[in-house]
Design a protein around this ligand. Structure first.
Ligand SMILES: *Cc1c(COP(=O)(O)O)cnc(C)c1O
Length: 434
């Protein structure tokens, strides 16, 4: 399969380049030349398949030409080493728990698949691969965990100082070994801009053998489509889900669009955001106005210039009208989000994290306007990752802390602080890694 840039369809590369280079030199995003569709043989039995079998079928549709089936099966099985259970709060009100992986957020799915695919694509090479990644909270932890101790790789994580939770920070800074954390005096958008600059700087990109792990990387998106199909088949036959996706960079939502593309029946997609509502505004008005991000309590969604937006547009032939037929958007304030955390607990005795709470509000809103519809709200992280909000709304100690998170509290943070300007960052790279 060949891949092209959204900015220039005649710029074509193979899978290895699309995955390892991550970003085309023209600043577009890579898309597969053909969008695969799963055939009838899949859709007649999909309800009986396991999560891993669904994952393999989708992965094969995208990557089967380039990765031999046994290796691809190993990559999928290594990725899906934990479940994504669907929890029903009330009729039609479903929550898809995506936090059962090692770092307790949905990003484990994409990061684990990507690390395994990259290891496959570079096997037998002796050059060190440098994974450069900006994180608004959960990406860095997932990527660090997925690549930790993977031979032939090193990871450099940029995160905005003071804007990730204490435990999120430990997930980035406590692993050591081949993982290096940089604490940037700026916002997530500043971190993302530095990463983009490094890629566009040919000398840096080539000397460091750079690759990206942000959700602009196609190998993170495809595995995120697995759980859309896996959750939909758990609804009664004939019920088409409306997926509600708490969104920031819109990788998760784009993965949902890929699931629909391969043939999954979907009623609608609902993009739920916090006050960083660039995409909901676009869906309402047809004007796309990226702007600096605002800090909120659902910090992993604090994105003012969502990097997957051009991919969403590409999937709808750059038509606003077409996108609106399939996707709506809605945003909520921190006050509304806090109230939802309390309400979900008191109505259902369920602890929902601030990101999932934004989604749950959107889902309730949608069901009120479309009675009888079934919403699946993606619960993108475990509530224990956000103790400040959960303790304030539910009382201290109401959320059980999973063991794999609890152990982080005692580990030491190791990070290098840097200002947000490119020259300093480039110089640091020169001194420390090139
Ligand atoms: C990353 C993240 C999001 C946003 O996902 P996108 O794919 O960037 O839209 C939402 N919730 C949590 C907990 C996250 O970590």
């Amino acid at each position: 399969m060949k891949y092209h840039s959204t900015s220039n369809p005649s710029h074509q590369v193979d899978l290895k380049e699309a995955i390892l280079r991550s970003l085309p030199p023209d600043n577009g995003l890579y898309m597969p030349n053909e969008l695969p569709v799963l055939g009838r043989d899949f859709w007649t039995i999909w309800r009986e398949l396991t999560f891993q079998e669904i994952g393999f079928a989708v992965a094969e549709a995208f990557f089967g030409e380039d990765v031999p089936a046994p290796e691809l099966r190993d990559i999928v099985e290594g990725t899906l080493a934990f479940d994504a259970p669907l929890v029903t709060l009330a009729p039609g009100d479903h929550i898809l728990e995506l936090f059962h992986g090692p770092t307790l957020a949905f990003k484990d799915f994409g990061a684990r698949f990507m690390a395994r695919l990259m290891a496959h694509l570079t096997r037998g090479e002796d050059r060190l691969l440098t994974v450069l990644v900006a994180t608004s909270g959960d990406t860095g932890g997932a990527v660090a965990s997925a690549f930790h101790n993977v031979p032939g790789t090193r990871v450099i994580i940029l995160y905005p100082k003071g804007k990730v939770s204490g435990l999120q920070e430990k997930q980035l800074t406590a692993l050591g070994g081949n993982i290096t954390a940089l604490e940037i005096d700026g916002t997530f958008d500043d971190c993302q801009a530095l990463v983009k600059k490094a890629f566009l700087d040919r000398e840096v990109a080539e000397r460091m053998n750079l690759t990206s792990a942000n959700s602009i990387n196609l190998s993170r998106l495809v595995p995120q489509s697995f759980y859309y199909i896996h959750s939909a088949r758990q609804l009664p036959e004939g019920v088409k889900p409306t997926f509600v996706i708490p969104s920031g960079n819109f990788g998760n939502l784009t993965a949902g669009l890929l699931a629909k593309q391969v043939g999954l029946p979907v009623e609608h997609f609902l993009a739920a955001t916090n006050r960083n509502d660039v995409v909901p505004e676009y869906l309402k008005k047809g004007e796309y106005t990226p702007r600096p991000s605002i800090a909120t309590i659902s910090n992993a969604m604090d994105v003012g210039a969502p990097s997957n937006f051009v991919r969403m547009q590409a999937l709808f032939g750059n038509s606003w009208q077409k996108m609106r037929e399939s996707v709506s958007g809605i945003s909520f304030s921190d006050g509304e989000t806090r109230a939802a955390v309390r309400e979900v607990k008191s109505l259902f005795n369920y602890e929902i994290d601030p990101h999932g709470a934004v989604g749950w509000l959107a889902a309730r809103n949608y069901r009120a306007a479309h009675p009888g519809s079934a919403t699946i709200t993606l619960e993108t992280a475990h509530p224990a990752k956000f103790p400040d909000v959960m303790d304030a709304e539910l009382g201290v100690g109401k959320v059980d802390i999973p063991e794999r998170l609890a152990v982080l509290a005692d580990q030491e943070k190791v990070a290098t602080e840097l200002p947000k300007d490119w020259e300093t960052f480039r110089a640091w790279l020169g001194d420390n890694v090139i």
